[in-house]
Ligand binder design. Structure first.
Ligand SMILES: [Zn+2]
Length: 682
């Protein structure tokens, strides 16, 4: 019936208009035709409008009619997912999704275990579905059997829930119909159906203006307006803390984060990229990626690498890059695990998107089941190499990467576009048609490190920086504490005062150095040889008992470096955890500083020349009486030497450190919100 309405809807409109008057004019002697007319009129009056018309942005998107795909709605049965039942007009709410998940768990108790790994800000349980062929559900047993663990995360941006509906179908086909049962022959799945659950329930038809359905969807950010996909390293949100607990517990071998694009229009419905830096890279590039292209293409979907263009239109070329660890896939890379970003194309209809997302997950799991041993071995090798580099004390660790600029020609399957001048914006307006075109565009293919630091033996964090230390523990970084006060030589960074972002970003005002903004840091520094904003100095410093020592001989050393190196792109300093070190806490009164300045100028001709030079060349300084007086305080013994001194020290060895015996590590399971073995329930 649905199909009939979708195709016939336009023709039915005039019929609807004449039916009711016809019924009214019916004579009682023509009872039977009158009754038929009445039934038809009631049916048509109550008929649901086809999906495309139900989207408030249908006219804005100007996509071709969706009847073509919707004419073949899936045959509905008891195990149809809510999206299938609606012929992909709708996506289920949190409660309906969890009800389906619980039904699966009850139907397949030997293969499914549900884990509640935390709660959202609004108190919704965060649920992970663990799927294992033979009832082995503990991470220790799974890792001991060298079975690859695949972590599939959905709805981090809860308006982009294609992965959730694809995952429900996949689970059904693995567990109930068994069409895809082989996908858990070796692999163990940890699937989070709705990660940003609070955002998901901020449900409505006006949440994604660029996106072609479903009729209503969730919202991008969590209940406190934090984008969870910028929060992986700083871990401000309760959802991120819960995620890190689940990550620590399972330490997956492969991580998938499902999204829907914004950006240009093109023919592809499925795009992806995999971030990895280490031994698994050759398997990802040479085996996995070609297989994903081949296997997804064979299902009729159009698949491409993730498409981010250099300019406003596709002919400018396709960029390459590496996410910093604020992003899910950048985080996975720093944890020595491949992280795959799936981006379904926003303008494709919902059915095409969900089924495309299904096919790329299926293809991934086929390859992971086939190559599981290789993947597990490569990950273990990555961990061993990280530990080994921590012993060398001479190795360099990249903190930031950029495209080298090298490109290869890429056959891009897009839609013809026109660029017109817009009277409204005053700039160019790109309008895509639906006329397919193929053109060759340059595609960046290589990235290289643009910021590296030498790996120390360990970092030492003064005990009082508790928030900074707590974040490391969330990431599973092992720490030891000083049993008593210790004084010794450490490498310390002294940092120029940064500028802070004027408007908040992710609830914080990031610290940035003018000449070293996130974009210009790497190659520009190399080319222009400007002073780095933080420079290492060696100094004897004293650390209180309880200060934290972070050895680099551990598998999470890269995460620790990204957090503790002050110039790393997502460091604690950059996110504002150390803002107070840049504050001047004691001031000189003007009448005192005037006398100090006069005495210093008379006593030191070199200092006098330096001051005069500063006044002559720095107009801002010259015009600021307070700054001019403060300059003398800065050059006097009264100046607080700790201003700009980064509190975290770098140690060249651990000799003589009075370390406490490590306390037994608190297991994730001990967390009150963590219920790893909740009984399956409906
Ligand atoms: Zn997204």
């Amino acid at each position: 019936m649905q199909d009939f309405f979708l195709t016939a809807w336009p023709a039915l409109q005039p019929v609807r208009a004449i039916l009711l008057p016809a019924v009214l004019q019916c004579r009682m002697r023509n009872l039977r035709p009158c009754l038929l007319l009445l039934v038809a009129a009631v049916a048509l009056a109550h008929a649901e409008r086809p999906a495309a018309d139900n989207l408030p942005n249908a006219n804005l998107l100007q996509q071709p009619p969706r009847a073509e795909t919707a004419t073949s709605c899936p045959v509905v049965n008891a195990w149809s997912t809510p999206a299938e039942k609606s012929c992909y007009r709708t996506t289920p709410r949190y409660a309906e999704t969890m009800a389906y998940v619980h039904r699966l768990a009850v139907a397949a108790p030997r293969q499914v275990r549900l884990e509640t790994f935390g709660k959202t800000g609004e108190g919704r349980p965060l649920v992970a579905i663990v799927v294992s062929r033979n009832g082995i559900f503990t991470p220790v047993a799974v890792h001991a059997a060298r079975r690859p663990v695949v972590f599939i995360q959905n709805a981090i941006h809860a308006g982009e829930m294609d992965g959730k509906d694809a995952s429900l179908e996949l689970l059904r086909d693995i567990l109930i119909t068994k069409k895809q049962a082989r996908l858990i022959d070796k692999a163990v799945l940890v699937i989070v159906p709705i990660y940003n659950a609070d955002g998901h329930e901020h449900f409505g038809p006006y949440n994604r203006i660029n996106q072609n359905g479903p009729e209503q969807m969730g919202w991008r950010v969590n209940a406190t307006q934090l984008n969870l996909n910028r929060d992986y390293l700083k871990a401000d949100a309760p959802e991120t803390r819960a995620f890190l607990r689940l990550w620590r517990r399972w330490l997956p071998d492969f991580f998938v984060d499902n999204h829907v694009t914004d950006g240009a229009d093109y023919q592809y419905d499925t795009t992806f990229t995999v971030e990895i830096d280490g031994p698994a890279e050759s398997w990802v590039r040479q085996s996995l990626e070609p297989e994903l292209f081949r296997r997804v293409k064979a299902t009729g979907h159009k698949i491409a690498p993730y498409l981010d263009f250099m300019g406003a239109t596709p002919e400018t070329g396709i960029t390459a890059g590496a996410g910093t660890p604020r992003f899910s896939t950048g985080f996975a890379r720093e944890q020595n695990r491949p992280g795959m970003l799936v981006e379904m194309h926003m303008l494709k209809d919902y059915r095409t998107r969900v089924t495309g997302n299904y096919e790329i997950l299926r293809a991934l799991l086929e390859v992971v089941n086939r190559d599981g041993a290789k993947l597990v071995a490569a990950n273990q090798q990555a961990d061993r190499e990280t530990v080994a580099r921590g012993k060398q004390h001479t190795a360099m660790q990249p903190l930031r990467w950029q495209a080298t600029g090298e490109t290869e020609p890429f056959q891009f399957e897009g839609y013809r576009w026109q660029v017109e001048h817009s009277d409204i914006s005053g700039a160019d307006w790109v309008q895509y048609t639906h006329e397919p075109i193929t053109l060759t565009v340059p595609r960046q293919t290589k990235i290289h490190p643009v910021q590296e630091v030498r790996i120390p033996a360990a970092y030492i964090i003064p005990a009082e920086w508790t928030d900074v230390i707590a974040r490391l523990e969330l990431h599973g970084v092992a720490i030891k504490r000083l049993a008593r006060e210790w004084t010794g030589e450490v490498e310390s960074y002294r940092c120029q005062t940064p500028e802070w972002r004027e408007y908040p970003f992710e609830g914080r005002h990031e610290a940035m150095w003018q000449r070293h903004s996130a974009e210009s840091f790497g190659p520009e520094r190399v080319q222009k040889k400007t002073q780095p904003p933080c420079e290492i100095e060696k100094a004897k410093r004293t650390f209180a008992a309880g200060s934290v020592v972070v050895s680099m001989q551990q598998r999470t050393a890269r995460v620790a470096m990204q957090w503790l190196e002050p110039m790393a792109p997502d460091s604690a300093l950059e996110w504002g955890f150390f803002d107070s070190i840049f504050e001047q806490k004691e001031y000189g009164e003007g009448y005192v500083l005037e006398r100090l300045a006069r005495r210093m100028l008379a006593a030191d001709p070199k200092l006098k020349a330096e001051f005069e030079q500063k006044v002559a060349t720095d107009a801002k300084f010259a015009a600021n009486p307070r700054a001019r007086l403060n300059w003398f305080l800065e050059h006097s013994p009264w100046w607080d030497q700790r201003i700009g001194l980064y509190p975290v020290g770098r140690l060249e060895n651990l000799d003589g450190l009075p370390l406490q015996k490590p306390a037994p590590r608190k297991e994730a399971d001990e967390d009150p919100d963590y219920e790893p073995d909740v009984p399956n329930r409906v």
